[in-house]
Design a binder for this molecule. Structure first.
Ligand code: PEP
Length: 258
């Protein structure tokens, strides 16, 4: 089996002024020096420049939290892929459940944003996940299948080299409720099966699938030890350097396993 990239990504959401962002990013960059896993910081747009400077020369990668599908134009409040590339952004989160829940994001807009980002050379962290109600109605697999099929529509095998999937059960995001390692593994393995069907077993084997949803310093090691969980997308704990560093250490331990 191809060795997959283990990626620990912080999603800072709508937190940190540029000055605060610079300080936090600097501390993380300094203390994750030599990490064996990839570390990505997905920060608010206005923080990109400061964070870029703070992580310069370190192994930490710069990420954003959204991108528009159009090249440019009358889309007040939006940011284009070209703008992100010009800020040296490498990764962009697309389809986060908060965007789906509060900002009208649909599978079609997720797909449009993903295509636009990939066309400009960005790497995409595409988020999928079921709500509590959908889980209780036993609809988890159907929801994940729809989000994966429609979110990845028209993407080639080559595109998939630049796509990371983040499985984020909505009921676990920011709630303190974490999926058990077994629940998270089950869905991540299912996503890999879908990728094998949609593409090839090699594509499925090579794709990084993260878990996100109240991952923290206490539960990271167990979650990351599961065979189909290749990293984490971390919200709250990514704002606490001590906790985030423990998660990165757990990711590094996985990355160095034979
Ligand atoms: C997220 O924002 O993607 C996330 C998983 O948040 P939290 O870790 O706070 O649940």
């Amino acid at each position: 089996m191809a060795k997959r990239n283990i990626i620990i990504a912080g999603n800072w959401k709508m937190n940190k002024t540029p000055f605060e962002a610079r300080c936090l990013a600097y501390e993380i960059a300094e203390k994750t020096e030599g990490a064996a896993c990839k570390v990505v910081l997905c920060v608010p747009f206005v923080d990109l420049f400061q964070v870029k400077e703070a992580i310069a020369g370190s192994g930490v990668c710069l990420g954003a939290q959204n991108v528009h599908w159009a090249e440019s134009g009358a889309f007040t409040g939006e940011i284009s892929a070209d703008m992100l590339v010009a800020c040296d952004v490498e990764y962009v989160v697309i389809g986060h459940s908060e965007r789906r829940q509060y900002f009208g994001e649909t599978d079609a807009t997720v797909n449009a944003r993903t295509k636009a980002a990939l066309a400009k050379g960005l790497k995409v962290i595409l988020c999928v996940g079921e709500t509590r109600e959908e889980r209780e109605l036993d609809e988890t697999q159907a929801v994940i299948e729809r989000q994966i099929r429609l979110g990845l529509a028209d993407l080639s095998e080559q595109d998939m080299e630049n796509v990371v999937i983040a499985y984020e059960p909505v009921w676990a995001i920011g709630t303190g409720l974490t999926a058990t390692a077994e629940q998270a593994q089950e869905v991540c393995a299912y996503i890999r099966t879908l990728l094998a069907e949609l593409y090839t077993p090699d594509v499925a084997d090579a794709t990084t699938i993260q878990y996100g949803g109240s991952m923290n310093a206490k539960n990271a090691r167990e979650l990351l030890s599961m065979p189909d969980i290749d990293g984490g997308l971390i919200g709250g704990a990514s704002l606490k350097p001590a906790d985030f560093l423990v998660i990165v250490a757990a990711g590094s331990a996985e990355a160095t396993k034979a």
